[in-house]
Design a protein around this ligand. Structure first.
Ligand SMILES: [Zn+2]
Length: 228
């Protein structure tokens, strides 16, 4: 078995979505402090974190898109363990819209079929090109509404992308989020290392969210598994 990690590293002040709270990771108690205070012979260290539920590599719960959407604690775990393929879209320019015909062509080139009730990961090369520069937060290409509708028609449960948002920044991205609610699909943002999946065919995608009551999304440890 081979496991490919598709998750961004989390660390203090790693880039978050513009306007959302920062990611904070600090030491609550050092090894030395716990020795002194409790006589704990192990001297256990404890750290803490604070982050938006859309921080790092994460899945959007449908609740993010509207009040009627499913919150993250009720999102079906069956959708977090699905077959997937990855599409090579690295030729798409920064900030450009990815169209249905470009997706169709990328599927053809991949030589794989889109798995029913599965996922499609879109490798735009954006993470590799820009992370962690300011352009990471602004310059990504992404699907337009027609491409989102096309993806939903293939019978997927979600799609994923190697940028902070599924559409190019601005109104298109907002409309893509709204379309996801209407089409009953969702998406995974801030994936990385998708290049490792290109030309590899079908894999098992795993990305389990945390069980935040009423949450609008959750960080996930996203991986692709190849059984061999
Ligand atoms: Zn989103």
């Amino acid at each position: 078995m081979r496991v490919i990690d598709l998750s961004r590293e989390l660390y203090h002040r790693t880039p978050t979505y513009p306007g959302q709270p920062p990611i904070i990771h600090g030491v609550w108690k050092t090894h030395e402090e716990s020795f002194v205070e409790s006589g704990n012979v192990h001297g256990n260290c404890v750290m803490f974190f604070s982050m938006p539920d859309h921080g790092g590599t994460h899945i959007d719960a449908p609740r993010h898109f509207g009040m009627t959407g499913t919150p993250i604690d009720e999102y079906p775990l069956e959708y977090c363990y699905v077959k997937g393929i990855c599409l090579d879209l690295r030729h798409i320019a920064p900030k450009a819209e990815i169209t249905p015909s470009q997706l169709e062509e990328a599927v053809r080139k991949s030589g794989s079929a889109i798995p029913k009730r599965g996922t499609v990961l879109l490798c735009t090369g954006h993470h590799a090109r820009t992370f962690p520069t300011p352009a990471y937060s602004t310059d990504n290409p992404g699907v337009n509404v027609a491409a989102t509708e096309w993806l939903a028609r293939q019978g997927i449960v979600h799609f994923g992308i190697d940028s902070m948002r599924p559409g190019p920044m601005g109104v298109v991205n907002s409309l893509v989020h709204k379309a996801c609610l209407e089409l009953d699909i969702t998406h995974i943002e801030s994936l990385c290392n998708l290049e490792a999946l290109i030309g590899q065919g079908e894999f098992r995608f795993i990305g389990l969210p945390l069980k935040w009551r009423g949450g609008t999304g959750s960080p996930i440890r996203a991986v692709a598994v190849f059984e061999e």
